[in-house]
Design a protein around this ligand. Sequence first.
Ligand code: GRF
Length: 194
Amino acid sequence: MEKLTGLKAINTAVFISGTGNNLKNLIKFSKTKKNSISINLIISNTNKAKGLKYADQFKIKKKIFNFQNTIITEQNILALLKKEKIKFICLAGFMRILSKNFIKKFNGKIINIHPSLLPKYKGLDTHERAISNKDQFAGCTVHYVSAKLDSGKIIMQKQIKITREDNSTTLAKKVLKQELKLYPMAIMKILINL
Ligand code: GRF
């Protein structure tokens, strides 16, 4: 694949499954920070994803794929990405695991945000696990997506302190606040480095 360049906005797709706080934040970032990314496509695996409303609000093309047959679905997604000239993918609360084959096609061009200090707490329920283990710190990580879940090379992390009063809900809120800062920063970091 061709190299990304910091000189013009990179055609980007954001994959979501849920609320879309990170999506909304990335859209805002793309609009305020010129020559970074331009979000041209939003993909969801469910029509229940609340974040899809941002596609309508910001007039961005959206497409829902139900992943009943993963192989065919991924082929269809790849065809759409090609048609829309997408060069970069940001996963933002996307709850499907992409295949090795899919990731290979976008090698080094798919990143994800995860609500833990990876390599700790890959997968789900990160905040519950941090609290029940009596961790002192929690946080979030932006990383490249590799074939193994939440295991690709780390781009940036942000750590926050867990207080005695925290429960998984308060912690999730605090971490999300940091996610909204970290994701754009991590994108800037790799745009400059590429
Ligand atoms: C975020 O905590 C993100 O890190 C995780 O799922 C949550 C998605 O939130 N992967 P949202 O859809 O961006 O609101």
